[in-house]
Design a protein around this ligand. Structure first.
Ligand code: CP
Length: 311
């Protein structure tokens, strides 16, 4: 099993399936036991230099359910980076105060850099427009649970595939499996970056890029929607041009989608996914967010090699 988690490609398919089995076990045990304190006495440092609801809270909860103590940084303003401290020195401090570093940062590659500085394991909780590997584990787990498999499915990924790091991680993760077809659907300005298109081709993913959801919606088993990542636009006027350029509504889904389509979203949503889908059979994004706690407990357990203590 992995030590640092920087990319979803740090995992093999077998390791992901092992993680899913452990996640299933934790989902059975935790509601009855409330805690599984097999890492009591260990400390996790959560260093979040960008906003987060789900990733930070579910990782903090996962650590606490395992009996770990947590140290938390939220934003740069409260720590000595503001006084000119080098980022590498901040990481060295976190490394000396903790046994696990969880980092979210606006710069691509910040987690890789932290992993090179730190001796403790580092988990990338989202670095710029690069990757969000634990979100991809949750996305793949959710597909696996609701569809019974990841292979042989037709999966549509809709939205800002240019800047969304969850999309990069999910697409890379799908290359470890054998989906029937992946449609990458986005307005022209938000198309996939060339570097990732080339990589997916090299890795043999059967994918096609489309501009319109309606062209492919009737074929889909899974629809994964992402918001436009406003904070990543170098020029804010470009955001204004594409804002509101796609929206999934219950009406469209009811009219064109398969009866057993599932809709996922890493959240937060803005205006790309209508609220009227929330209470329909298609909506699985709140289940997906809840699975995040269990997947993250399983991941930390495997990183520390204490999975045999879960019974
Ligand atoms: N999915 C996700 O990364 O959500 P947060 O930004 O709230 O952590």
């Amino acid at each position: 099993m992995v030590y640092d988690v920087i990319s979803i490609l740090d995992f093999s398919r077998n390791e992901i399936m092992q993680l899913f089995d452990l996640t299933d076990k934790i989902r059975q045990i935790l509601p009855k036991r409330r805690k599984i304190p097999i890492l009591s006495g260990y400390t996790a440092a959560l260093a979040f230099f960008e906003p987060s609801t789900r990733t930070r809270l579910s990782f903090e909860l996962a650590c606490k359910k395992l009996g770990m103590d947590t140290l938390t940084i939220i934003g740069e303003s409260a720590i000595s980076l503001m006084k000119g401290e080098r980022f590498s020195d901040t990481i060295r401090m976190l490394d000396s105060y903790s046994d696990l570093i969880l980092i979210r940062h606006p710069a691509d590659g910040a987690s890789r850099f932290a992993a090179e500085v730190a001796e403790s394991p580092v988990i990338n909780c989202g670095d710029g427009a690069h990757e969000h590997p634990t979100q991809a584990l949750i996305d793949l787990y959710t597909i696996h649970k609701f569809k019974g498999n990841i292979n042989n499915l037709t999966i549509g990924i809709l939205g800002d595939v240019r800047f969304a790091r969850t999309v990069v991680s999910l697409l890379r993760g799908l290359t470890l499996f054998d989906p029937k077809k992946v449609y990458i659907i986005s307005p022209p300005f938000l198309h996939l970056r060339d570097v990732y298109r080339d990589e997916l081709k090299k890795r043999g993913l059967n994918f096609e890029e489309k501009d319109s959801l309606l062209d492919v919606l009737p074929e889909l088993d899974v629809l994964y929607v992402v918001r436009i990542q406003k904070e990543r636009f170098p020029d804010p006027s470009d955001y204004e041009k594409v804002k509101g350029s796609y929206m999934v509504t219950h009406k469209i889904i009811k009219e064109y989608a398969k009866d057993d389509l599932i809709i996922l979203h890493p959240l937060p949503r803005v205006e790309e996914l209508a609220l009227d889908i929330d209470n329909t059979k298609y909506a699985k994004y709140f289940d997906q967010a809840k699975f995040g706690i269990y997947v993250r407990i399983a991941l930390i357990t495997l990183i520390f090699g204490v999975q045999d203590k879960i019974s």
